[in-house]
Design a protein around this ligand. Structure first.
Ligand SMILES: Nc1ncnc2c1ncn2[C@@H]1O[C@H](COP(=O)(O)OP(=O)(O)OP(=O)(O)O)[C@@H](O)[C@H]1O
Length: 327
């Protein structure tokens, strides 16, 4: 699997092969700019490989980005409740879950605060809360502990342990080598565009353009997520490999959050997004010009979080003016 940001640009990652097992805690390390966040975005499904593919991603994938895009014009509780509703909860059920997650991370007092007015640390608590709205099968954490106070950090440690105990895979990057020290089942380093497994004695093997194999995780059971290949991603290939067509089932990942258990109510069927792009920003497929500027994009409810994530994590990002649920 490889990723580069433009046909004339250097490969950020290439020849990366890995298998991530259910229930595994996986640490990714590497130097600044090496491609860790790129790899995590690919694993979370908010970005797609330039070549190769990632298959077997569980339907409930959750992602805490390195930088939480708090640009939505919503209060904390409206944001989290919206995410819960998108994933099938009733308004009351979604509000309950949102309140529970906020309390858990010590941010209950900020439920009515607009996202744009949050401190960095509280914003990070909301980023974590959105990822834990439901129990994810794959939880991707990009420096998620950064900015959290001590009790929230401990709570996130507990949430990671609960996730793996329930059979979920957790992949994390953190610059503090002491983070979850001794606990990971697998440890990789991103270096020179490849991914190498790290053992207690140092790198065990290197995988790059010249050495593309499969890195089994320590103690791996059945593989959950497979990162492989040099072929361009295709829906047919993913379907043949047992993955949802188009790659990732989006429920739960990303700034747009995790999905809920799905048994508490009726989902809205579609979501209309009003966004204003950066100069030269390419509108997503299906977007139409909005009266007064920007674009309007109507997407199925189950895809709205992924679309919002794409808009908000684009470089430069789109500004999301409004998100409207449609019956
Ligand atoms: N959306 C993007 N467009 C263009 N280049 C990008 C984009 N995202 C990342 N890059 C480039 O890809 C390379 C890897 O970046 P990435 O953020 O994945 O590294 P990282 O290991 O997470 O770094 P850090 O430890 O500093 O957070 C960098 O050269 C970066 O500039």
């Amino acid at each position: 699997m490889g990723r580069r940001y433009g046909r004339r640009r250097a490969w950020v990652l290439r020849g990366v092969e890995a298998e991530l097992a259910p229930g595994a805690l996986v640490r990714i390390e590497g130097g600044n700019g090496g491609g860790k966040s790129t790899l995590l975005r690919l694993l979370a499904g908010i970005d797609t490989p330039t070549e190769g593919r990632i298959t077997g991603r569980p339907p409930r994938t959750a992602y805490v980005p390195e930088r939480f895009p708090a640009a939505l014009p919503l209060t904390v509780e409206a944001y989290l409740t919206h995410l819960g509703r998108v994933h099938g909860l009733t308004g009351a059920g979604a509000a309950r879950r949102a309140a529970d997650r906020l309390e858990r991370f010590g941010a209950g007092a900020y439920a009515r605060t607009p996202l744009s007015e949050l401190s960095k640390g509280t914003s990070q608590k909301v980023a974590v809360a959105q990822a834990l709205l439901a129990e994810p099968g794959l939880l991707v954490l990009d420096e998620a502990w950064t900015g959290l106070d001590a009790s929230a950090r401990a709570e996130l440690d507990r949430a990671v342990a609960e996730c793996t105990a329930a059979g979920g895979t957790v992949v994390f990057v953190d610059h503090d080598p002491a983070r979850l020290a001794g606990l990971p089942d697998a440890h990789y380093r991103v270096r020179a565009g490849g991914l190498e497994a790290v053992t207690a004695d140092g790198p065990a093997s290197a995988r790059g353009p010249a050495d593309a194999g499969v890195l089994p995780l320590t103690g791996a059971r059945a593989a959950a997520v497979r990162v492989r290949g040099a072929a361009p991603p295709t829906a047919a290939a993913d379907a043949a490999a047992g993955a949802p067509a188009g790659g990732i089932a989006v429920h739960g990942d990303g700034p747009a959050g995790a999905s809920a258990a799905g048994s508490e109510g009726t989902a809205v069927s579609a979501v209309r997004i009003h966004a204003v792009g950066p100069p030269g920003g390419v509108p997503p497929q299906g977007a139409v010009p909005a009266p007064g500027g920007g674009i309007l994009l109507t997407v199925a409810a189950g895809h709205s979080d992924a679309v919002l994530r794409e808009l908000l994590t684009a470089r430069p990002p789109w500004h999301v003016r409004a998100v409207e649920e449609l019956p």
